[in-house]
Design a protein around this ligand. Structure first.
Ligand code: CA
Length: 273
């Protein structure tokens, strides 16, 4: 008996921007055509291992889309026992690929965030670089698993600013970590969450800041609980961001754990279902 998970994603250009620099990987599906500003995908899988991610690209001209596309194409699932080692290595490889593309284009600055969820048998771990978030919902309580790598969050942690003050400050969007950094500038240190042992009906949300800047955590939590399936949840979240102004590209990727991996079910036969 393998892990059964339902996933759905919606990415939207928003109401202000002219191009969508976000991208995602939903069990191997991603946005290949950069000209299409809006895209939806859904996929349910039964597997021992799976991974999904959201990338928020940044840079002038087409640079943001290219950076997030490079990261998306290089993204893959990973065994949890080697996760930290392999993902830290993968992140460096993606970073180098973005930097060499940037050099090839005459040193235009380009970068992307990454927020990823790795599921392996009955466990999930989130890994992030930048300020795209990963949330976890169980028993009606929403937890943020990712850490915002931004100057403002650093100020909040130091007790210098409240979250409300930080949201209004210039440092809210200044990232202290992203992919597309020349090695001499600073070291990339991805954040890994504690492993979560999966239970049926656990839910995860991966999203870009176009969602979290427009929709507060409380509303995010209720939308995730009201809607009936992953697709409707992702659509409702993006709709809420658009209703609240849609100032940036917005991507919401929802993962619903239908059945965690439980090897004893096979041993128990149908009675274990
Ligand atoms: Ca953004």
């Amino acid at each position: 008996m393998k892990l059964q998970i339902e996933g759905a994603v919606v990415t939207h250009v928003g109401r202000v921007r002219t191009k969508n620099e976000d991208n995602y990987s939903l069990f191997g599906k991603y946005r290949k055509n950069m000209k299409k500003k809006t895209r939806k995908d859904e996929k349910t899988i039964i597997s021992r291992r799976a991974a999904a991610a959201v990338f928020d690209g940044m840079g002038g001209e087409e640079a943001g889309e290219i950076a997030s596309l490079i990261a998306t194409c290089m993204f893959s699932a990973c065994a949890l026992e080697k996760l930290k080692e392999e993902v830290s290595q993968q992140v460096q490889t993606v970073n180098d690929a973005i930097c060499s593309e940037s050099k090839r284009r005459g040193n235009i600055r380009m970068g992307t965030t990454m927020t990823a969820l790795y599921l392996d048998q009955n466990t999930a771990v989130c890994c992030n670089v930048g300020d795209s978030r990963c949330y976890f919902l169980r028993g009606g309580v929403l937890h943020q698993l990712s850490v915002d790598h931004s100057e403002a969050m650093h100020m909040i942690e130091m007790g210098i600013m409240s979250e409300e003050e930080a949201r209004k400050s210039n440092g809210w969007h200044i990232l202290t970590q992203c992919l597309g950094i020349f090695r001499e500038e600073f070291l990339i240190e991805p954040h890994f969450s504690q492993p979560i042992v999966l239970q049926p009906d656990d839910m995860f949300l991966l999203c870009s800041d176009g969602l979290t800047d427009m929709v507060m955590d409380k509303e995010i939590g209720s939308i995730l609980q009201i809607s009936e399936n992953a697709k409707k949840r992702a659509e409702a979240l993006v709709e809420a961001a658009l209703e609240n102004g849609g100032k940036d590209n917005v991507t919401a990727l929802v993962i619903h754990v239908k059945k965690p991996y439980a090897p004893w079910r096979k041993l128990l036969g149908r009675r274990g279902e």
